[in-house]
Write a protein that binds this ligand. Structure first.
Ligand SMILES: [Zn+2]
Length: 216
């Protein structure tokens, strides 16, 4: 059993760099800026006042970063970091910080993912698990699909005995607007293989993610 906390696995610098080299170029930057300028005007603002003058540029850049997962593929992300290993013990990376965006309101989804798998001859670099989560999170999402995509990606690249993914997240569209329920959390899970077939394995996983690690 390998248990890893994700905090050292995610580097914002790396993601910033990724944006520079692999930025979302399918929509013209100027068009995006124009739309944001229109939005500001429609909101009753003056897009030419000092504080807002560079806002379309900043918002455009921010959105390109927040959706940079559209430009990534599993293959280039993994970059060969899959190794043959005769291990059959559960590997769990828990508390992977997630920032995603809900596709219904384009507002943030903030939460954590816990990802486990049981190898079947192949293991993956631990940081790559966090990167797979980021790749799917940096798209417009619903939490259910995000959870399933992470599970299916691991299933596809490792052909493991099983995969389990649990995401706990709070949705700003429920907190800042609509029902305005701060503190509400949504939990979703996606189980594959042995985590579906074997209740004991599933329970072991659920038990491991229930408690905070002591080194926090
Ligand atoms: Zn929403």
């Amino acid at each position: 059993m390998t248990l890893s906390n994700s905090s050292e696995l995610i580097g914002t610098d790396r993601l910033e760099k990724q944006l520079e080299t692999n930025g979302h170029k399918t929509v013209s930057d100027q068009e995006m800026r124009n739309s944001i300028r229109t939005l500001l005007t429609e909101l009753g603002e003056d897009p030419d006042r000092e504080g807002l003058r560079d806002t379309p540029k900043r918002v455009s850049k921010a959105w390109q970063f927040l959706t940079s997962g559209y430009n990534q593929s599993l293959e280039e992300l993994l970059n060969g970091a899959i190794f043959n290993e005769n291990s059959h013990e559960m590997v769990l990376v828990r508390d992977i910080t997630l920032f995603s965006t809900c596709e219904h309101h384009m507002l943030p989804i903030i939460g954590h993912a816990h990802v486990a798998y049981i190898p079947n001859g192949k293991v993956i670099g631990l940081s790559k698990i966090a990167r797979i989560c980021e790749m799917f999170a940096r798209r417009l999402q619903v939490q259910e699909r995000l959870t399933g995509q992470i599970a299916d990606a691991l299933q596809e690249v490792l052909k493991p005995q099983g995969v389990a993914v649990v995401i706990e997240a709070t949705h700003m569209c429920m907190v800042m607007r609509g029902v305005q329920k701060p503190g509400s959390w949504t939990t979703t899970s996606a189980m594959r293989g042995v985590f579906v077939d074997d209740a004991r394995t599933r329970q072991e996983f659920m038990g491991l993610i229930r408690h905070s690690p002591q080194f926090h």
